[in-house]
Design a protein around this ligand. Sequence first.
Ligand code: HEC
Length: 143
Amino acid sequence: MKQPVKQKYQFRLPVVKGVNISVKYLLAFCLFIVGCSKSNEESLNPAGGGNPTGCDTVNMKYAVNIQPIIQANCYRCHGNGQSQGGISLDTYARLQRVAVTGTLVGVVSHASGFAPMPQNASKLSDCDINKIKSWVLNGSLNN
Ligand code: HEC
């Protein structure tokens, strides 16, 4: 009477092993998904605010990321000897002065109450604006 029960148990072992293997795959898959959603979360909510478009706004550095944006879009009026509106932005110290007051983010994001910049030109890309915002929110460091 007990024999069939034992046989049934032995027969089940390989099935259980098979399940274990798929549990392993399932676990690996879950870890993969968790890993992915974590990195998505980071790009959606980088320190200092970013955007979900794949624009990297994490750990923005003045020399590497910010100065080139300002040079390309602002120096013709606020650099190279130009200081329109009484403002020059061609050094870190000069840019930092308008960054800490919120003016820099105000002008580039065309916020009300600020002179929209770059003047008489199209608004910077969302990506560039978000890079500037992120850099300012992280303390507008000379990094
Ligand atoms: C075509 C010339 C021109 C360009 C390009 C330009 N600006 Fe200006 N900017 C001006 C003028 C003119 C003023 C003064 C206008 C005013 O106060 O209404 C000014 C004023 C400013 C001010 C002071 C605003 C305030 O409210 O005190 C800031 C900050 C500024 N610009 C930043 C920038 C930045 C950042 C860029 C590039 C993204 C830029 N500007 C591009 C001409 C320009």
